[in-house]
Write a protein that binds this ligand. Structure first.
Ligand code: OGA
Ligand code: MN
Length: 290
């Protein structure tokens, strides 16, 4: 396995190992898992990936999340992010799927708004536009490590509320249905997530985060916006330009990401599988009561 760095301090392309190897060999899984813990973002090139292989690969890392109500692929393991209708035609620009794509263009970490957050996401490129449609990543581990010690001491155990409605309502008031709202009440997490393998902490912030215990609304929003802005400053991010056969996997405990726009008349289709976090992934310390 070769590890080729992608950005300054995080992200790596892995060569000489692929999804099939991880799905079928414990030694390959352990090597890739170690790279995941170290680099937070992994890219595999030239994969012939379909749904079954993507799920088999992902399952090596932990239990798979079921796609939530209101997303394409609801009730399966496969979240289908595309601008395609079920008949394969490109949807209109005012379609809910386009609102969803725009919401994904806010800096976020996947599933922080769920009662069980996500360890990792695995995203495969199935149909790519001729321009745009990149995915951009930032390390919230490096963002945390750059903060002055005095600020770290104040923030390390702060408690933040996350809600899917908070991010979706920024895009369109009707993006979320009443059923989705009822299914996804706000959840609370510590502001930093400690990786139990290497002890490194990361900021756990996202477009879904909006309130901080013991702080006024405006102060909390300014704090969160400031932390996100610092984490994602130009020069600190990695822009992934997708090629056919690419699969990316990121650590939702230690990164944020956002989709980038593309010409909407062109099809773009991606498939995401998502791995739930468990206590062994450091989740236990994230719960405010713990
Ligand atoms: C995701 C996501 C952005 C993109 O899959 O979680 O945010 O570029 N994707 O498709
Ligand atoms: Mn996402």
């Amino acid at each position: 396995m070769q590890v080729i760095p992608l950005a300054d301090g995080f992200g790596a392309e892995l060569a000489g190992v692929g999804l099939v190897d991880v799905a079928s060999s414990d030694a390959a899984y352990r090597a890739v898992r170690a790279a995941f813990e170290a680099h937070s973002l992994l890219v595999f090139r030239g994969q012939s990936v379909g749904d079954d292989l993507q799920a088999a690969f992902s399952r090596a890392f932990g239990p798979l999340e079921l796609v939530k109500v209101g997303s394409v692929g609801h009730g399966t393991f496969y979240s289908r992010l595309s601008n395609l209708a079920s008949d394969g035609t490109v949807v209109a620009e005012n379609d809910r799927q386009i609102w969803r794509a725009r919401a994904n263009q806010l800096w976020h970490t996947d599933s922080s708004f769920k009662p069980t957050p996500a360890l990792a996401s695995v995203l495969s490129a199935r149909t790519l536009p001729t321009a745009g449609g990149e995915t951009e990543f930032a390390s919230t581990r490096l963002a945390w490590e750059r903060l002055p010690a005095a600020q770290q001491a104040l923030l390390q155990r702060a408690i933040v509320t996350h809600s899917y409605a908070h991010s979706r309502d920024q895009i369109h008031p009707e993006l979320m249905t009443a059923q989705e709202r009822a299914a996804l009440p706000p959840v609370r997490w510590r502001l930093t997530w400690r990786n139990p393998v290497n002890g490194r902490r990361a900021l756990y912030v996202a477009s879904h985060a909006y309130a901080v215990d013991g702080m006024g609304d405006n102060e909390a929003k300014a704090l969160l916006a400031g932390l996100i802005a610092e984490a994602t400053r130009p020069g600190r991010t990695y822009l992934h330009r997708w090629r056919p056969g690419d699969v990316a996997m990121w650590d939702n405990r230690a990164t944020m990401h956002r989709g980038r726009p593309w010409p909407l008349q062109e099809p773009r289709a991606m498939v995401r599988t998502t791995i739930e976090a468990r206590d062994a992934d450091g989740l236990e310390e994230m719960r405010p009561a713990g």
